[in-house]
Structure formats: C-alpha cells, structure tokens
Ligand binder design. Structure first.
Ligand SMILES: Cc1cc2nc3c(=O)[nH]c(=O)nc-3n(C[C@H](O)[C@H](O)[C@H](O)COP(=O)(O)OP(=O)(O)OC[C@H]3O[C@@H](n4cnc5c(N)ncnc54)[C@H](O)[C@@H]3O)c2cc1C
Length: 484
C-alpha cells in the first residue's frame, strides 16, 4: 500500500466534482482536470442571448438520491439547491384523439370519448401500478443506490421483488392499464431512454412511478446550479480545478499510476487517479494500451452503448402557448417505435419540453425555451454529423413545431452526435454512455486492475442520471480511501 496524497481527477462533470469534493474534505490534495473551458459536463448550462440552455440534463427525477448524495458530501441540498417541482408534467395527444394530462402527484386527466368511465378505471389501475412499484422505488433510493452495487445486497434487501424485474415497459403497461391511450401516454414518459417501450427493460418504469410518487424537479436557477454548488464547495476545501486542461494520457511507473499528461504537454505527478470519463475513453487514455488489463479491453468490446441524440434548442421572444412542461404527439404504444425512426420529411410525431412553463426566468421576460430531440439515424457514426446533416434534421423539426405554435425564434442551438462527441467528450456521441437496457454486468467497476486507477461517472454504478452520477463519484473516492 502506498500513502496517497495527491489525487488527479479526470473530468469536471458531477461525478468528478463529487469525487474531488469528497477527497478534499478527507484531507487529500484533489486536482481536477476538465477539458472544457467550464465544469459541469452534461449538467452544465450555457447562456445564449439571455436564454439559459441545458447542455445535457433537463430535470431531476428521484430527488431522494440527490439529497442522499449531498448528505454524504456533508452538504445540505435543501439550503444550497432549492428545487422547484414541475407541476404540469406532461400533455400527450394520441393518434386516436385522446389527450392525457399528467399534472402533479397522482393527478392524471383523460380528455376524450367516455372520459368519466375511463378516468375511474385509470385511477384504480394507477393505484395498482404504484402499490407494485413504489416499494421497489423506495428500495432503490434507500437501500441500493446509497451503496456500491453488490449482488448479495440486492438479494438480501430486494429478494422479494426480483420476480418483478423480468419483462419490458410495454409488457408491464399492457398488464396494468386497460386503456390503450393511457398506455401510450405513460410509455411516452420513458422515451428519454432512446428505446421503444418493447425494448425498454421494465425497471425503467421507476422513472414513470417517480413522477407520481416524488415528482420531477428543476433546481432554482437551472440545472447548472448543481455543478456550481459542488464547485464552490471544492474550492472551499482547497481543491484545485484546472479548466481547458484535457488529459491525454494516464502514465504508469512500475504498473502504478504516477502522472497525468495534459494536452499542453505538461506532466502532473499524482499518487492516484479517478477517471470520470467513460470506461471506453479511460482505456484510450492509458499510455500503453497494449498493457491495458484484459478485463477492461473485453468489457470495452462488449458494452452496449446508449443512443445518440440531436438536440434542438430554441429561444423564443414570445411566450409559447402550451399547458405542460413536456408536450407529446404520439401514436399508440405498439407503434411508438416509429417515433425513433428518422424521416426525410418533417417528423410526424413530436416530443418536446418547454422548461419555461415551470421556470419562466430561464428566458428573458416574456420569452420561452423549447428543447427537442428529433429522431436520427442511429447507424450513422457520430463524426458523419456535419453542419449540413444536423441543420437539415433541425429545420424539419422546427418546421413541424411551427405548424403547431407561433414562434418568434431569436436564439437557436443545435447539438449533433458529433458535437456531443467533440464538445462534450461523450464516447461515440452516446448520451448516457451505456444503454439504459444494459444490466450492471456491463458497468465498469470503481476499482480497476491498475494500481492507483479508479473510475466513476456514467459507465460505472450507478452513474446514469444527475443524483446517481454524484453517487458514483463518492463511491470511487471511498474505494480509493479504503485502499490507501
Ligand atoms: C442530452 C442529455 C440529457 C440528459 N438528461 C438528463 C435528465 O434530464 N436527468 C438526469 O438525471 N440525467 C440526464 N442526463 C444524464 C446526466 O446528465 C449525466 O448522467 C451526468 O451529468 C453525468 O455526469 P458525469 O460526471 O458522469 O459525466 P459528464 O457530465 O460527461 O462529465 C465528464 C467530464 O469529463 C470531461 N472530459 C472528458 N474527457 C476528458 C479528458 N480527457 N480530460 C479532461 N476532461 C475530460 C468532459 O468534458 C466532461 O465535462 C442527460 C444526459 C445528456 C447527455
């Protein structure tokens, strides 16, 4: 064992900031290197002409995980980052003309034929869904995510629920809800996975359950407040943050991590490293890839990546007339695979969010923001997305939106898979790193076979999502502390 004093942290997203803060509070010398000019990674925000655009994450689900993570960092989330609940969650217009409004708590309203009878049935079926899945949600937030993953813990604490974990979102919604329009609207809530309901593992239904149980939230001031608060704390604890400092190589001496080589050809001596870039990118950072541990190489070859995305963000000088934070025009559940298919014309189905419904101050007075992820060809490699290709998809999406709403667009930002790859450093432009359909076997462990090298972030446990990313940074830091 070697006495570790200086830890280099690669990446200034939530997991890197959390790992560095945790270590700095324990007396370690934490040096965080971020390739971009600012920290925050996929939870940062960018100001453009007075509009506050998300760089990645758009809302907080299961806020208990965020609270727990802050508690572990010795911070009071309720004081530092007050949350504003999304009261009008989702408005979905289905292909049969039914409109379903998911409001606040368990308030869901059906507008369509025989709506009173359908509403009464929905209320009962929603109770069934929640009585089955709320205990699993609580298990996840109180017993599983607060601890590094262990099969024994899962069996010990969650054994009685294991039989629920088979199947897909589609099979579960078919079993619980008798109304096809309700099934379709509920399935739409989980489209953030980038997968159609029949390919989405049933556990993702917790994303839906959490709307009704806990609610979805925005931090006061926008998503960028989360990395800002962590940055302030890290600086307070004497942690050092280097922005515009891309790590090119992790260098080893006698098989142990010894320094980080930066793109400005500078070598920084370190006693240990926590890499929060994906497992795939971490492997590429090893100075001698041939000597990379075979377990990491094998995993890298097998990992199922998440989808690539193209994001269209519009700043409007007018206030768009919508009833909900999230707006969808969808086919019935069996046809929702079509929502993910690219098209040569304007997309027929639409799914967009209007964060200014919940937080008008993200736009200049009287204005609004729209965020939309139109379908794209998943078979294209990220670097095929040149300006012409991305503008073509974006213009069709904007055209489809302008048929529904009056829009005076004054700011526009389009982020293609290539931009996610080059600007946000996401491997192959895959937004969540690993596919939400991948099980824990595909995640990279916090401790690597290389002495002094640890991993956190999106491709480790739990990693995917705002609260889980912070937890993964804490786990990696704890693992490092335990071993030194
Ligand atoms: C489009 C999108 C939408 C999302 N929506 C949501 C949502 O609504 N709710 C939610 O909970 N989660 C959402 N997520 C997921 C969530 O944002 C992430 O899980 C979380 O922010 C990941 O944090 P991280 O620190 O692990 O990784 P990142 O945020 O990716 O941070 C890694 C950092 O490392 C830096 N870096 C990379 N390579 C190097 C290098 N060689 N040297 C130095 N620095 C380097 C990067 O620039 C980046 O800042 C979304 C993600 C995306 C992309």
């Amino acid at each position: 064992m070697q006495k570790v004093k200086t830890v280099g942290i690669i990446g200034g997203g939530l997991s890197g900031l959390a790992a560095a803060t945790f270590l700095a509070r324990q007396g370690y010398r934490a040096k965080l290197f971020e390739a971009n000019g600012k920290v925050g990674g996929c939870c940062a925000t960018t100001e453009l002409q007075g509009f506050s655009f998300n760089d990645g994450a758009m809302y907080i689900a299961i806020p208990g995980i965020l609270d727990h993570a802050f508690e572990r960092l010795g911070l009071d989330r309720t004081v530092l980052i007050p949350l504003r609940q999304i009261i009008a969650n989702q408005n979905t217009t289905l292909s049969d003309g039914t409109v379903i409004n998911i409001g606040h708590g368990r308030d869901i309203r059906i507008c369509g034929e025989n709506e009173n009878i359908r509403q009464a049935r929905l209320d009962i079926e929603l109770d069934h869904l929640l009585s089955k899945w709320e205990p699993v949600l609580r298990l996840l937030t109180t017993e599983l995510i607060p601890h590094p993953f262990s099969v024994w813990r899962l069996l010990w604490k969650g054994g009685i629920h294991l039989s629920k974990f088979h199947g897909t979102v589609a099979s579960e919604l078919n079993a619980v809800f008798s109304d096809p329009a309700v099934r379709a609207a509920m399935a739409g809530v989980m489209h953030y996975t980038g997968l159609p309901p029949e390919k989405t593992p049933v556990l993702q239904i917790l994303g839906l359950v959490s709307i009704f149980s806990d609610g979805f939230f925005l931090p006061e001031g926008g998503m960028g407040m989360i990395p800002k608060v962590l940055t302030d704390e890290l600086v307070k604890q004497n942690g050092e943050i280097f922005t515009g400092a891309k790590v090119e190589k992790i260098e080893l001496t006698n098989g142990r991590v010894s320094s980080l080589r930066l793109d400005r050809d500078e070598s920084i001596p370190v006693d240990a490293v926590i890499s929060t870039v994906s497992g795939m990118l971490t492997l590429g950072l090893l100075a001698d890839v041939n000597s990379a541990p075979s377990s990491m190489v094998r995993k890298m070859r097998k990992v199922p990546l998440s989808h690539k995305a193209l994001c269209v963000q519009l700043g409007l000088s007018n206030c768009i007339d919508v009833p909900s934070h999230s707006m969808s025009h969808l086919p019935m559940m069996e046809d929702q695979y079509k929502v993910f298919l690219p098209s040569d014309t304007s997309p027929e189905w639409l799914n967009y969010t209007v964060p200014t419904v919940t937080m008008p101050e993200l736009a200049p007075p009287g204005g609004s923001i729209i965020e939309m992820f139109p379908p794209i060809n998943q078979l294209w490699p990220a670097d095929r997305w040149d300006d012409e290709a991305k503008n073509s998809v974006a213009e069709k999406a904007i055209c489809a939106l302008s048929e529904r709403h009056s829009m005076d667009v004054v700011a526009k930002r389009i982020t293609s898979p290539r931009d996610y790859q080059v600007r946000m450093h996401l491997f192959d432009g895959a937004v969540y790193g690993l596919s939400p359909a991948a099980d824990v076997r595909f995640q990279f462990p916090h401790k690597t076979p290389i002495a002094g090298l640890y991993q956190a972030g999106q491709t480790t446990y739990p990693g995917y999502g705002v609260g889980p990313a912070i937890m993964s940074g804490i786990f990696a830091a704890e693992c490092l502390i335990k071993e030194t």
